[in-house]
Design a protein around this ligand. Sequence first.
Ligand SMILES: Cc1cc2nc3c(=O)[nH]c(=O)nc-3n(C[C@H](O)[C@H](O)[C@H](O)COP(=O)(O)OP(=O)(O)OC[C@H]3O[C@@H](n4cnc5c(N)ncnc54)[C@H](O)[C@@H]3O)c2cc1C
Length: 323
Amino acid sequence: MSVLVYLEHADGVVDDSSLQALTFARSLAGAAPQAAVCAWVEVPRALSAALAEHSVGTLYVAEAEVFASYAPRALAEAVAELAERLGATAIVGPGTERGNEVLAHVAALTEQPFAANCVAVAVSSGETHVTRVRWGGSLLEEARLAGSPALLTVQPHAIVVETTGDATPAVETFAPALSEAAESLRVVERVGDASGGVSLADAKVVVSGGRGTGSTEGFAVVEELAGLLGAAVGCSRAVTMAGWRPHTDQVGQTGTKIAPDLYVACGISGATQHLAGCKGAKAILVINSDPEAPILASADYAVIGDLHAILPALSEAIRAARS
Ligand SMILES: Cc1cc2nc3c(=O)[nH]c(=O)nc-3n(C[C@H](O)[C@H](O)[C@H](O)COP(=O)(O)OP(=O)(O)OC[C@H]3O[C@@H](n4cnc5c(N)ncnc54)[C@H](O)[C@@H]3O)c2cc1C
């Protein structure tokens, strides 16, 4: 198959979800060379070298002023144009919110069906068969994807990035023919992140608070521990619904899906919609006053008690151990 992979980047660094998509795409492309597309105002010289270990045949870089910010329709038009020129039989992207949005636009432009959040793919007798995550992770669906090119995104954190090969891909830039509509849909302003720098999606440690924190002020003990651990602060939907934290902090089915080395869940009961966002964590520490809380079934470690007593004690112990 001729597979085109849509890559996302931040300041010239391809993100992990896109590298996962590249690994996934190899299972579809077999030994055939892959092409990747990113969009830039300028070509970052270091990028092709960074992709050397990911078996990218050619790195196609779409260049246009509109790509200075996120512009999903323009990205989709560039990807669709390139796919047609290359005769791509599949387009694979990261299953991030933006990756899914761009591929949805590609689907609309090419009038092809689109399978989001895939974890496996196989082609037999010319048909593409996918396994994909549905209903916030509570269901794995096996589906047959009709049409060409096959449009897929890859469930974040479901695929371990594998490196292979050591050949810097050739870089080819092109100026896509963008419609007027493409230019009208783009990010025009960014507002600072309240979490203070550590990205929730990529953090190695996340300390989350639920309704058990009791209030906006109740998060002070969560923030204190997160600060000591260099962690990102997360929360449950009960918290965002109450207005104690912004939606950007929410972990779960309708929030951010995370896969940190350690997830500390404080005063969170463990609803399936919450667990859908954190079950990729390598270890889960639960702090909850209820010994029957459902989240304990997912815990590797647990402390039963009042988080307002336990978290300050934990922070104090960390400080003492470091002094
Ligand atoms: C379509 C849909 C999508 C959803 N998406 C999400 C999502 O993305 N993310 C999400 O989180 N939820 C989501 N939800 C909501 C979800 O079903 C739960 O309602 C929510 O996760 C509950 O939040 P919570 O655990 O903080 O609160 P609760 O369920 O009220 O649990 C509070 C917990 O705190 C403990 N506690 C109380 N006081 C203390 C204390 N002092 N010390 C220690 N522990 C204490 C209690 O024992 C309890 O276990 C969704 C729901 C729907 C219907």
